[in-house]
Design a protein around this ligand. Structure first.
Ligand SMILES: Nc1ncnc2c1ncn2[C@@H]1O[C@H](COP(=O)(O)OP(=O)(O)OP(=O)(O)O)[C@@H](O)[C@H]1O
Ligand SMILES: [Mg+2]
Length: 623
């Protein structure tokens, strides 16, 4: 057999087949590499298994000897068969010893496989493109993952602890009976087992879809629950607790239906299995008793056959459950492996080089782009940001401004044209080297539910406290953090919800400052700040960005009057470009926007706005 290593997994076809049939065998093969890694251990566990079974099968044989030696015959003296009795005890002991050894030795294989798979899947999910993550349902994925990894462990388990042992025992018992007794015994045993297996397989196949439906509904219910909890505030704003509970309960009602069907059909299956075994056992006992009556067999033989049957059919009865569990586990595993087969939409080219960011000049060259084929978003957008330059993008909501940042980060590939960073098309370099060169403060900052320190240091996990504080100072957030009772150790809540919008933005700015990228992108990075702290941060950022190309997306025009070039976008096109002064003089759309925003300012009059009042409290941060 050719050795299979985990890395060979990548050779398996990874084409996505959302509704196609995957074969159980193929799924099973997919987990083999995980067991192969510990082939020595697996072999050891299997030897323990064989030893345990040999001991187990020896028991009825010794029992027969004991019964026969105790049997009173004409002129026979009965003595205590001490050796046999000791042997019986020893066999029992070794049976349990080898069973436990097998479990202990195999544990590492199981848990390592679970660990490997879970880690592999998380990295895989991170490799998948933004489009996948925007469409996925977190609740359902986490359920699938949990069930999927558990399924691998249970399949390995069932295989080593149930299926193989039962098969081994069956083979041993059958050969003993075949060698020592008339063929009728073997025929009945084979017949019973064959009927049993066929019946179990057929019925289990039939009722599998109840289980599939049940799983799907279970995942859906979970998605709904998670989604409603994530949107806790929205649910309250709209007073929709009842609505959410009802929606959840409706899904649960359908889940209940299929769960009940699944359970009822299982009872039918169990009863059928019980009936088949009852018939087989009765037949065998009839044959054996007949043998004793006719003097062909001893009482010991009868006891032995009975003991064999009990030993054989009890695990066989279990085998029915095991078969079902394995089928379910395979179904669960299937979902997980399909996820692993999903290909990332944006991939590094075969000969992708490391980006040489240099001073980071960025150029968009006639870039067109569409998220969906029939809805173009960008039309032949061209501009260049040179080192030390600040280029601003303004325009209506939905014009495609944030899309420019996503394309530069290569979350999606452009449909036409190209994006060039320091002379290299970003499709020709590795994604990781590209992303290392760009720092972005996104439009909606989301933080990890961890400490503020963790969130800032995320840009650069080895950074020391001094560096983190330095970045926080530049982002004017250090003094705020110091006022918190737990300072940098304050945990920010899920998605950073325990902080205000402006605080989150400033932490995101600190994080980018710490990253020290070649290219900076600010997507409405200061939109949640009051004008005063905004001005202070912009001044600090201007210093940080002095030698880097900076792309600034802004709504508030007052923040970008110093830009080297301002691009005015409308519906995916650059409709106007130039410096602030030139654009005002041109009297086009930019001049109109400017006039509108100035008007708003004047109308507010001399009274401080809410923003400006807040600024007074932030004075301390300016120092
Ligand atoms: N993942 C997506 N799939 C499909 N369409 C998208 C996706 N993301 C954005 N869009 C669409 O692309 C258009 C441009 O979006 P973009 O986020 O670039 O706008 P924007 O100019 O940044 O707007 P805003 O000022 O409101 O932030 C919008 O019409 C939006 O609906
Ligand atoms: Mg945007």
């Amino acid at each position: 057999m050719q050795p299979v290593t985990p890395s060979m997994r990548s050779n398996y076809p990874r084409t996505a087949r959302p509704h196609g049939e995957r074969h159980d065998l193929k799924n099973l093969r997919a987990i083999l590499p995980y067991a192969w890694e510990f082939r020595g251990r697996v072999a050891l566990a299997l030897s323990c298994l064989v030893l345990a079974k040999v001991a187990n099968v020896g028991l009825p044989l010794v029992l027969k000897q004991i019964v026969d030696s105790l049997g009173a015959g004409p002129g026979r003296e009965i003595t205590l068969p001490i050796i046999l009795l000791l042997g019986y005890g020893l066999l029992r002991l070794s049976n349990s010893l080898f069973n436990e050894l097998r479990d202990a030795i195999f544990a590492k294989v199981r848990y390592r496989a679970m660990r490997r798979l879970s880690a592999q899947i998380l990295s895989h999910l991170h490799r998948l493109s933004l489009r996948f993550h925007l469409e996925r349902k977190t609740g359902a994925i986490s359920r699938d993952l949990e069930r999927g990894t558990r399924s691998v462990s249970s399949i390995l388990n069932y295989l080593v602890f149930n299926i193989l042992p039962t098969a081994a025992e069956f083979a041993l018992v059958a050969s003993i009976l075949l060698i020592n007794y008339e063929p009728a015994f073997t025929v009945v045993i084979f017949g019973t087992v064959a009927t049993y297996v066929a019946f179990t397989f057929a019925l289990t196949e039939w009722r599998m879809h109840f289980r599939h439906t049940m799983n799907a509904l279970d995942s859906r219910a979970n998605t709904q629950a998670v989604d409603s909890l994530v949107n806790y505030e929205t649910v309250k704003y709209f007073n929709n607790e009842r609505f959410e509970a009802d929606r959840y309960d409706q899904t649960l009602a359908r889940w209940e239906q299929s769960a009940v069907k699944s359970q009822t059909s299982m009872s039918a299956l169990n009863f059928g299995q019980g009936a088949i075994i009852a018939v087989g056992v009765t037949l065998l006992m009839v044959f054996a008793s007949q043998g004793v009556v006719e003097g062909r067999l001893t009482i010991g033989d009868l006891v032995m056959v009975n003991a064999f049957l009990l030993q054989l059919f009890i695990p066989l009865n279990f085998l029915g459950i095991v078969y079902r569990q394995v089928k379910y586990a395979l179904a669960d595993m299937d979902l997980m492996l399909r996820l692993l087969e999903k290909r990332a939409e944006v991939q590094d080219g075969q000969d992708a080089l490391e980006l040489d960011a240099g001073r980071g000049e960025v150029a968009f060259d006639k870039v067109s782009f569409a998220y969906h084929r029939n809805r173009p978003i960008l039309h032949r957008v061209s501009f260049t940001v040179s080192p030390g330059q600040k280029v601003a993008v303004v325009g209506a909501s939905g014009a495609g401004k944030s899309t420019l940042a996503r394309l530069l980060f290569r979350f999606y590939d452009v449909t036409e044209g190209r994006i060039v960073l320091n002379g290299q098309d970003i499709r020709d370099v590795t994604q990781s080297s590209l992303r290392a060169a760009i720092g972005i403060v996104p439009q909606d900052t989301v933080l990890f539910n961890a400490s503020i320190y963790y969130n800032i240091a995320y840009a650069h996990p080895e950074a020391g406290l001094e560096e983190v504080i330095g970045a926080a100072r530049l982002a004017h957030v250090h003094h705020f953090i110091e006022t918190l009772p737990e300072g940098y150790d304050t945990v920010v809540g899920e998605r950073g919800l325990k902080l205000s919008g402006g605080e989150k933005q400033r932490i995101a700015i600190a994080r980018v400052i710490l990253k020290k990228p070649a290219v900076l992108v600010f997507d409405e990075a200061t939109s949640a700040l009051d004008s005063k702290s905004e001005q202070a941060i912009l001044a600090a950022l201007a210093e940080v960005a002095a030698h880097h190309p900076t792309l600034v997306i802004a709504h508030r025009l007052s923040t970008i009057i110093d830009a080297d070039e301002i691009l005015v976008m409308d519906a995916g096109r650059i409709v106007e470009r130039g410096s602030h002064g030139a654009l005002l003089a041109a009297g086009g759309p930019y001049a109109q926007m400017w006039a509108l925003q100035q008007q708003g300012r004047e109308r507010r009059g001399p009274l401080p706005t809410a923003d400006e009042t807040a600024a007074l409290f932030l004075e301390r941060d300016q120092g």
